[in-house]
Design a binder for this molecule. Structure first.
Ligand code: IVH
Length: 669
């Protein structure tokens, strides 16, 4: 190691080292062409670390800063510079042909396409300012995602500083897909299993789970990779052709995937699809189809965007991967909601790089329909991010088969009575079936819910089995002595867990709602409810129609919400929870909208919004939607063929606005 004593000398050396390390990162992670050994690389990094430390030269873009320092409480929101659109998909050749025909018809001539792999990962936006990586976020709803800058910094394939082979725009936004290569995925799952943790179902979930870690050190330990495929926005403009996006991305040192092709017509697109489908098993990461995009950006603009997906691009997925294996046994698992699910325990089989040893059989009628029994040879499929599934039985000539499978009449976990509800068998022992209590508690403690760190699955299981925890509220009554009787708990770890449980009481309404485990209420729906109603009390009181006025809430969810709050047992647990001192911030702090308390009346048909959506917008901003016009009405929104309400508004001198003005007022796109 060089000997350095002066600051100027140190600065120079630090610059040299950073440049070298960046070059090697690029060679290794982006080009797959390393020039030095890992050991030599580590030595460079170590020298840089020491110098930065000694001379106070640390800066956020330094390669030494890849690992985030402290865990975050919750991700900040990040508004995207341009919408991260989603894609429509076609299922077969005919669908792709129609897509190609439609573009030609719309444009009045043919146009070329770029075909590229569809990565099975999660979409992110990367923002570079003055060539430096300054922030990055998940897709979220396409407009606003989660700020995962620190986590992204830990991905080696992501350059923190752009290369300058061509001029770098002052402000640049790039879309990329974060993926977990198959080898790393299988290794991670082995480790998780060894540590008694739940493995990830597929590389996509593993990538998402790893990137969305509050503690960036965990992300840093996960084998993530990424591919850039789109310039979303660049100061000074974007290239005229999509194919040139790639040339630029590469010139800036950003990682792209080499399989892509400019295709003048359907013929070439189909060839590309076929070739990729045949070669995908050789790829070290999961590709689940191809994406076809119109090459010319001018044509893209002419074709435009539907609500969320563009008319100029489409995904054409591959057939799900299938392999043959044998059903060794059929187990029955009991979920959080008491549903009994038959699960085929398989002779482990490699399906496109992922080892499958269990596959769902959904329910009894599925088992009957497919007529699968223990000992049968079957075909299993794994499609994108769904749970592996037993597709069909492969009859073998002369085989002797076992008896048909029967659902147990008693819950395999608690011995409680099993009843049939529709297609499902359900354990009726809601209150005390350990499987249901365990499931509910695990969910309650999980990261997006109450986020109780250190309360692992194993601990929950033992707590429930010992009878210390009979419902989620019991968590808050746990005592140190009880924890100390559990394996693996010592003085300090018990204190830590109790502290984490205590701290979880300060939460947000969204988290709390999600934690309750109401069927259909995932994080997103929980947020929608929290934002629209502002308090648990209002949600509890809201009837089905009120709930359904929100775009995200259909009849099933609204029924589940109402059922949940009318159920006597749930009410008791809720009261118990509130007695433990659970608190949440009063609604989501919102900037004042200026529409608080304003009343709106709609008349006539709106063109781009349903009545329900328009009302939900108003309510979400603190206003009210009324059904008749009075002198107290603030705005009447008149659409197509307005009725007598418009006349009444004119008589009373109430402000009348059109749809465009209304959308401007409420900030709708
Ligand atoms: S382009 C308008 N290109 O697929 C452009 N998406 O099903 C929309 N994806 O959310 C996206 N590989 O996460 C595009 N080469 C690729 C992609 C890709 C994977 C993902 C992306 C998107 C999802 C849509």
């Amino acid at each position: 190691m060089t000997h350095i004593s002066g600051l100027t000398e140190a600065k120079d050396r630090v610059e040299v080292l950073r440049g070298e390390i960046r070059r090697h990162d690029h060679l290794y992670y982006v080009l797959n062409r390393p020039e030095i050994s890992d050991r030599e690389y580590d030595l460079l990094l170590k020298e840089l670390e020491e110098l930065e430390e000694r001379f106070g030269l640390v800066s956020p873009e330094s390669p030494t800063q890849r690992i985030g320092e402290r865990p975050r409480d919750e991700f900040k929101k990040m508004e995207h510079m341009a919408p991260l659109l989603s894609l429509d998909s076609v299922l077969e050749e005919g669908g792709l042909r129609r897509f190609v025909e439609r573009t030609a018809k719309f444009l009045g001539r043919t146009t070329a396409f770029v075909a590229e792999p569809k990565f099975d990962g999660l979409s992110v936006e990367l923002v570079y300012e003055e060539g430096k990586f300054t922030r990055g976020g998940t897709r979220g709803d396409g407009l606003v995602g989660e700020d995962v800058t620190e986590n992204l910094r830990t991905i080696r394939a992501l350059p923190l500083v752009l290369g300058t082979a061509i001029p770098v725009p002052r402000l640049l936004s790039v879309r990329a897909e974060v993926v977990m290569p198959l080898e790393g995925f299988n290794r991670l799952n082995r480790q998780l299993l060894e540590n008694g943790k739940e493995p990830f179902a597929n590389p996509r979930n593993a990538a998402a789970g790893s990137l969305r870690q509050l503690d960036a050190r965990i992300t840093a330990s996960r084998p993530l990779d990424l591919f850039c495929y789109d310039i979303l926005w660049a100061e000074g403009g974007v290239p005229d052709l999509h194919r040139e996006d790639f040339t630029r991305l590469e010139a800036w040192g950003l990682r792209t995937e080499p399989h892509r092709r400019v295709c003048p017509s359907l013929r070439e697109l189909l060839d590309f699809h076929g070739e990729m489908a045949r070669s995908r098993d050789e790829l070290p990461y999961e590709v689940d189809g191809i994406v076809v995009k119109v090459d010319s950006k001018a044509d893209q603009a002419a074709l435009g965007v539907r609500t969320k997906s563009p008319r100029w691009a489409v995904a054409y997925k591959f057939e799900p991967r299938k392999e043959e294996t044998v059903i060794q046994d059929i187990a029955v698992s009991v979920g959080r909601t008491g549903i009994l699910t038959p699960v085929a325990l398989l002779k482990p089989v490699d399906v496109g790089g992922v080892t499958i040893s269990r596959a769902t059989l959904h329910n009894l009628s599925e088992v009957r329909r497919k007529d699968v029994r223990v000992g049968d040879s079957v075909r299993v499929a794994r499609a994108g991010d769904v749970i592996p599934e037993v597709m069909e039985r492969i009859p073998v000539a002369g085989e002797t088969r076992s008896e048909p499978f029967e659902m147990p009449v008693r819950c395999p976990v608690c011995g409680g009575e099993v009843v049939v509800r529709g297609a499902f068998h359900v354990c009726t022992n809601e209150l005390s079936c350990p499987a249901q209590v365990k499931g509910a508690v695990k969910h309650f403690a999980s990261r997006d819910a109450m986020d109780i760190r250190g309360l692992g699955e194993k601990t929950v299981e033992v707590l429930v089995e010992r009878g210390y925890v009979k419902d989620v509220a019991d968590l808050y009554a746990l005592e140190k002595d009880q924890l100390l009787t559990l394996e693996g708990f010592a003085d300090r770890s018990a204190d830590k867990l109790l502290e984490a449980i205590r701290r979880s009481r300060q939460t947000t309404l969204t988290r709390f709602l999600y934690a309750l485990g109401i069927p259909g209420v995932g994080v997103h729906v929980a947020r929608v409810l929290a934002e629209a109603f502002g308090s648990l009390e209002s949600i509890r009181k809201a009837g089905r129609s009120n709930l359904q006025s929100l775009r995200e809430i259909g009849p099933e969810i609204s029924e589940a919400v109402v059922d949940f709050f009318t159920n006597e047992k749930n009410r008791r647990v809720l009261e118990k929870l509130q007695r433990t001192g659970i608190r949440w911030d009063a609604g989501i702090p919102r900037a004042r909208t200026g529409l608080e308390g304003k009343s709106f009346v709609f008349t006539g048909g709106l063109e781009t919004l349903t009545r329900g959506e328009a009302k939900a917008l108003v309510e979400a901003l603190g206003g009210r939607a009324a059904s008749s016009v009075s002198a107290q009405t603030d705005y009447v929104v008149a659409g197509e063929n307005p009725g007598s309400k418009l006349e009444r508004a004119r008589e009373l001198g109430v402000t009348v606005i059109g749809e465009t003005e209304f959308k401007k007022l409420v900030g709708a796109p």
